[in-house]
Design a binder for this molecule. Structure first.
Ligand code: PEP
Ligand code: MN
Length: 349
């Protein structure tokens, strides 16, 4: 339920509404728009039904949120989009952010070479996994703490904010030392204890859509983070399982405008894991950016043939600048206002 206050509502009237919401066992989330103050009452249906504030002092109206996700719904923000600013790089609304880097951190040289290549080409953030979810228990699972230390060095040397995955809550404190954005992998989208703790940490989170998750399930997962008071959630479409075996996953680009309709949260696209093949990453990235995605998260490696993980889908670091220019241009076509660090080329040139 959303309780919309009158523009003239006093602080005491707002306080009284919050008290009433909490008295029935619901949580009150105050959204302070420039003119409009809205209080979201979140909790069990029966609890919410007991809040009757129609006509109470300072209250303009009560609007039920019909979707099962509440804080994630676009209705909750009255159509205003969430814009995140992460170490000076904006994402969401009219801002586009390219997040690029290796699948997994392998060595200092590999990471720094990639970090410089993507940073120089206008990437907003550096990605790189220190903890890797792998299908095979026998595969390389990342450098762990050593990987985090290398990410910290790359951040210091390039100034790029870091996006890195957290798989296990036992590593939360270590990951918080370096991550500007915590990535939640597709396989952990419904790991609700992980989501809750990341919510409590307050650190921006990039939540990947599960391999077979519906958009509603993705938004319900986002709700777990938001309900802990963490408003900084980025949704990520990374390809879903379909009947088509010709490529790794089916990139669901329809999800971009539909998620932006259902939710105020920024939506980024991962073309690398969907495609599984380098030659498909360019066209999928251009399509995602032109469709209005708020960003792209893409894998890049100095020498993909030697990559320990996901080499066949990695862009070559030396070729990244050309790719980034075209994607930024497509983002402009998709309605984004680019910052000066984001260079632009002719997308069809
Ligand atoms: C990754 O980003 O490296 C990754 C493992 O992605 P996903 O969780 O989408 O498979
Ligand atoms: Mn990968």
């Amino acid at each position: 339920m959303m309780i919309v206050m009158k523009p003239t509502a006093t602080e005491q009237e707002v306080e009284a509404v919050i008290e009433r919401v909490e008295s029935v066992g619901a949580r009150a989330h105050v959204v302070d728009g420039s003119e409009l103050k809205v209080i979201g009452a979140i909790g069990d249906r029966e609890h919410i039904a007991r809040i009757d504030l129609e006509g109470a002092p300072g209250v303009d109206r009560m609007v039920p949120i019909l979707k099962p996700y509440k804080l994630a719904s676009s209705q909750f923000r009255d159509g205003r989009r969430t814009v995140l600013e992460i170490a000076g790089r904006k994402l969401g609304g009219e801002h586009f952010a390219m997040i690029a880097g290796p699948c997994t951190v392998e060595s200092r040289e590999q990471l720094l070479q990639t970090a410089h290549a993507v940073g120089d080409a206008g990437a907003a953030m550096l990605r790189g996994g220190a903890y890797k979810p792998r299908t095979s228990p026998y595969a390389f699972h990342g450098l762990g703490q050593e990987g985090l230390r290398l990410l910290a060095d790359a951040k210091q040397e390039t100034g790029l904010p870091i996006v890195t995955e957290l798989m296990d809550l036992r590593d939360l404190d270590d990951v918080l030392e370096v991550a500007d954005v915590i990535q939640i992998g597709a396989r952990n989208m419904q790991n609700y204890t992980l989501l809750t703790e990341i919510g409590r940490s307050g650190r921006p989170a990039l939540l990947k859509r599960g391999l077979s998750a519906t958009l509603e399930e993705l938004l319900m997962a986002a709700e777990y983070i938001l309900k802990e008071g963490n408003d900084a959630v980025i949704l990520c479409e990374r390809g879903i399982r379909t009947f088509e075996p010709a490529y790794r996953f089916t990139l669901d680009l329809t999800a971009v405008p539909v998620l932006q309709e259902l939710s105020h949260l920024p939506v980024v696209v991962d073309p690398s894991h969907a495609a599984g093949r380098r030659d498909l990453v360019g066209p999928l990235s251009l399509a995602a950016a032109a469709a209005g995605a708020d960003g792209i998260i893409v894998e890049v490696h100095p020498n993909p043939d030697a990559a320990i993980c996901d080499g066949p889908q990695a862009l070559v670091a030396d070729e990244f600048a050309q790719y980034a220019e075209r994607v930024h241009a497509a983002a402009a076509v998709g309605g984004k206002l680019l910052s000066e660090y984001q260079s632009v080329a002719n997308p069809i040139g």
